[in-house]
Ligand binder design. Sequence first.
Ligand SMILES: Cc1cc2nc3c(=O)[nH]c(=O)nc-3n(C[C@H](O)[C@H](O)[C@H](O)COP(=O)(O)OP(=O)(O)OC[C@H]3O[C@@H](n4cnc5c(N)ncnc54)[C@H](O)[C@@H]3O)c2cc1C
Length: 353
Amino acid sequence: MQELARYAIDLEDRGSETPSQGFELATGSALWRSVARICDRIADRLNPGQPNWYEGFDKFDLPATTFFNSHSLDLDDLTTFLAHGFALQGAHPDDYSMLNLLHEFASFGGVEAAFNAAECRISGGAQSLSIAIANTLGPALRLNWPVTRIAKTEEGVIVEGSAGQLVARQVIVALPLNVLRYLNLDIPLPAEAARVVAEGHVGRAAKGWVAATLSEPVESVGWPHAVEVYSRHGSRSYAVCTFAVAQPDHDNALADSCRALTIRHPDAVLHKERLSHDWIADPWSRGSWLSSAPGQMRGLHELADMPPPVLFAGGDLSRGWYGWMEGAVTSGRDASSRLMACTCDISAPPAKG
Ligand SMILES: Cc1cc2nc3c(=O)[nH]c(=O)nc-3n(C[C@H](O)[C@H](O)[C@H](O)COP(=O)(O)OP(=O)(O)OC[C@H]3O[C@@H](n4cnc5c(N)ncnc54)[C@H](O)[C@@H]3O)c2cc1C
């Protein structure tokens, strides 16, 4: 909100949105509430404001499916957990760590708050903020300059790409985690950080819009197809948004979700106009927002904590809000203040953004 205010960017008027069905309608069983309470109790002990928040929680660093199966939830309750969990994780519960989901519960202030998280939409989309920041940079900003190599040398840090080479005293690498392994990174990394770079994270969400004729707005959750569904009214028709795990791939996941959507909302008539972007195939992202597999927490921290001259930042490496826009902003600010501390001959403080 501070960054938006700095550039005089507004939030979208919330009146145009489908009223949320809310948490109460989504579930209700006693067992569901008991598992939610267990998660709340663990999340209460976890301090997401602490950079090494994961220390001491190894026993929850297991696939989310394993955790939920151990609580013998029935299909409805399991569906509710997996669907709402997907909205936060954007990954398959066999792949993402329960500890990552518990971190989300802790950051939001509990299961109910996380599953019901209040949303703000940025006017013109989140890109408005990137454009506003870019506009302040003038010719220092070089677009269409893909980086292929970053090397720490005695002369400085070499940043190389198809458009040429730069030598810098210090560099902040703010690329998505999953593209790092495709670069020639000639920088000594701690073992766990190197492993996380090599593995990448497991976020693989497919999001798609389809134009539709609706008798009333739609909003629902389900599993495994059309995991999240909501609609927006445009000037000519409604548009319905669906999310799912991109498996077997992005296109097929969205096709399956559209079929599930028409079964769940039989009055909805879907049109041919569709819009989506395959973030997993995109060479500049190679995945959606960060979702960590079991065993990756320490490596992510090591990477975020790298000292100058090469710092790593971005939404994927935020300590408090990783995988979110919020984390992209706080991590960026933190990396720049760590770097500034070094230029003032103070050693870089630990990463905490
Ligand atoms: C479908 C989807 C829905 C989302 N929904 C939400 C949401 O509702 N709320 C929320 O808070 N967050 C959401 N996110 C997450 C949010 O978009 C990210 O957390 C945020 O964009 C991260 O910002 P960043 O600057 O760290 O990285 P990015 O925004 O990924 O920016 C990285 C930049 O690096 C560039 N790049 C990549 N490789 C190279 C290279 N080799 N050389 C040069 N440049 C390169 C990319 O082109 C990109 O411009 C969503 C993400 C996705 C994919």
